[in-house]
Write a protein that binds this ligand. Structure first.
Ligand code: ZN
Length: 437
């Protein structure tokens, strides 16, 4: 067993319904076979388990591994395409890059960059928009298995209104998805997800084939986009004879507990009610919403409607893999909404970046650092004399330290990352081993 010593913070109880930040200023976590078996003050744990190896993580914060509920594997190299609204950005920036993943060698290189980007950011679990090409999705699953990341992903499908080389057919989408799931669902920490790009680019027969695949692959997940941009919403309204955007998925049986829809910046009250009734989740992607000018996310209405919300980086419309940055941007957006906004504190931000994501993905074994959970964690330990180091050293409380982390932390401040108790180097260098120690 290993006894980890440090300042341990997590949010086992939802702060949006009264839960508070849980903190051990000088805490200990006893880990056996990747699972947390005891938690408490370090002195007490040390007295009971003096013979166990001690890993000293003082001088920083020990946090649960971050959970990214919306991120695009093929868009690592498309980050930073500024100055365009959604549909122009897709056409000029994202989709030409996605088409390059038809080349398996190119896709393999991007897969290594993508998984390294997540682990360097302290992300240990992600719901990932895969590629439009099955061999590229194989490359992603192979790389996530090699590194040990918890990935839920799959083939992205469309059959209209995108460039021709990204289109498929309902039968081919089903067959390729089924074969990918047979190769990867349940292998290492991979799970399969059914992923129509968005209903704008997916006809009814294709959505039916997605529903069949979701039923046939037991334990698979569903993800897509919804209500991101007003022009997109108007186009979807013209294309479908549906009640609203959420209904374009729901009428095919695609909205339920295992569904995560990204964005939902412009929902109607009827859509929020339906999402709550179906127990579905929303991935809120703050830097993407701001970069594309999509709008200011109505978090207060989601919380009031009891719709689950977690954070997504939405790379490459989002401006990087850091969920600290996404948390800060979520805070900014709520501030700008004034009376319509929700006042967020550091516990809300940590919850959105960890336990809320685990909950959205149905992964009860992760999300906080309580007894019984897997030891998925990061050690935020900034280099000496950096601004974050100064801020943490002078924080008035653990909650204050966490606020400073969301204000200032970058990937460079994350010294170590563990998944199931295994250290991950996070560098993901081509051909090299990602496991350290
Ligand atoms: Zn997206």
């Amino acid at each position: 067993m290993t006894l980890y010593r440090g300042t341990i913070l997590d949010t086992p109880e939802d702060p949006f319904t009264g839960g508070a930040l849980r903190a051990e200023a000088d805490g200990g976590l006893l880990v056996r076979d990747g699972a947390i078996v005891e938690r408490g003050g370090f002195a007490g744990l040390r007295a009971r388990h003096g013979e166990e190896e001690i890993v000293d993580l003082r001088g920083g914060l020990v946090l649960p591994g971050l959970v990214d509920t919306h991120v695009h594997f093929p868009q690592v190299r498309a980050i930073g395409g500024l100055g365009m609204p959604l549909l122009d950005w897709l056409e000029r920036c994202a989709l030409p890059e996605e088409a390059r993943l038809a080349d398996a060698g190119y896709a393999g290189a991007v897969a290594r960059e993508f998984v390294a980007g997540l682990t360097q950011a302290g992300t240990t679990t992600a719901l990932v928009f895969g590629a439009h090409f099955a061999p590229a999705v194989d490359a992603l699953f192979a790389e996530s298995a090699r590194v040990g990341l918890r990935v839920t992903s799959g083939l992205v499908v469309s059959d209209r209104l995108l460039r021709d080389d990204l289109l498929t057919t309902p039968q081919r989408a089903y067959d390729e998805g089924r074969a990918l799931a047979q190769r990867w669902h349940g292998v290492s920490r991979n799970r399969y997800a059914v992923i129509p790009r968005f209903s704008l680019s997916c006809g009814p027969e294709l959505l039916d084939s997605c529903a069949a695949l979701l039923t046939d692959v037991r334990g698979s997940w569903f993800t897509s986009h919804v209500n991101e941009n007003v022009r997109e919403i108007a186009t979807v309204a013209r294309l479908f004879d549906a009640e609203h955007y959420v209904d374009t998925y729901d009428r095919h049986g695609l909205v339920g507990r295992c569904s995560v829809l990204a964005h939902n910046v412009h929902p109607t009250d009827a859509e929020l009610k339906l999402l709550a009734d179906r127990d579905a989740s929303i991935a809120h992607c703050p830097t993407s919403n701001c970069a594309l000018g999509s709008g200011l996310f109505p978090l207060k209405r989601h919380v009031a409607s009891r719709v689950r919300v977690a954070l997504g980086s939405d790379v490459g419309a989002g401006t990087g893999f850091s969920l600290f940055k996404e948390g800060l941007q979520a805070y900014f957006i709520q501030q700008l909404l004034g009376d319509q906004g929700l006042q967020l504190g550091p516990a809300h931000l940590l919850h959105l970046a960890t336990s809320a994501g685990a909950n959205a993905l149905g992964l009860d074994e992760i999300g906080d650092l309580g007894v019984g959970k897997r030891f998925d964690a990061l050690w935020l330990h900034p280099p000496p004399r950096t601004t974050l180091d100064v801020a943490l050293c002078n924080a008035g409380s653990t909650e204050d330290a966490l606020a400073k982390a969301f204000a200032l932390a970058t990937g460079a401040d994350i010294e170590r990352v563990w998944i199931d108790g295994q250290p991950i180097s996070g560098q993901g260098e081509p051909g090299g081993s990602a496991l350290a120690g």
